[in-house]
Design a protein around this ligand. Structure first.
Ligand SMILES: [Fe+2]
Length: 160
């Protein structure tokens, strides 16, 4: 299932290797956090692989990759992928809620969301936010991250 989801994500992102690499980095970290913290592994995998899946549609429709547009465009794409793979409705709904709140974390706060939330932040702290001052990173790790495992990984990567 993991490989099939990755295949579908790669199909959607096409030539956009940066997005593919980002999704794979978030997946790897989300799985590490899930293994330590506990959560439904299938939901964590799917949500990590598909969390930014609406980004091209957001760009096309709104000429913006802002989180609010991704949150609108991502869930329907994820839903059709997961329905095509025969997933149960309850897990599909959970994955879609995580995708819809992965920039705000306001719709739900489940262990599965926390794994993906922390993994995305940790990856972004090393890429998009790499130039942030150390104090901003320290604040993010302390206040924004939601799992102890995520904080430990982030500290050893960026605050060591
Ligand atoms: Fe992301």
């Amino acid at each position: 299932m993991r490989d099939r989801l990755i295949d579908r994500m790669v199909q959607v992102f096409g030539q956009d290797q940066k997005r593919i690499d980002h999704a794979m980095a978030v997946l790897e970290l989300a799985e590490r956090i899930q293994a330590a913290e506990g959560a439904d592994p299938a939901v964590v995998q799917a949500a990590a692989i598909l969390h930014d899946i609406g980004i091209h549609q957001a760009q096309l429709k709104y000429n913006s990759t802002a989180g609010i547009y991704q949150q609108i465009e991502g869930p329907p794409i994820a839903r059709s992928i997961l329905e095509g793979l025969g997933w149960p409705a309850e897990q599909i709904d959970h994955v879609c809620k995580i995708i819809a709140s992965h920039h705000t974390a306001d719709l739900i706060d489940t262990p599965e969301l926390r794994c993906v939330w922390d993994a995305d932040w940790i990856v972004n702290l090393g890429t998009d936010y790499a130039s942030w001052p150390i104090e901003a990173k320290r604040h993010t790790v302390a206040v924004v991250l939601r799992t102890e495992t995520g904080r430990q990984i982030a500290r050893s990567r960026y605050l060591g």
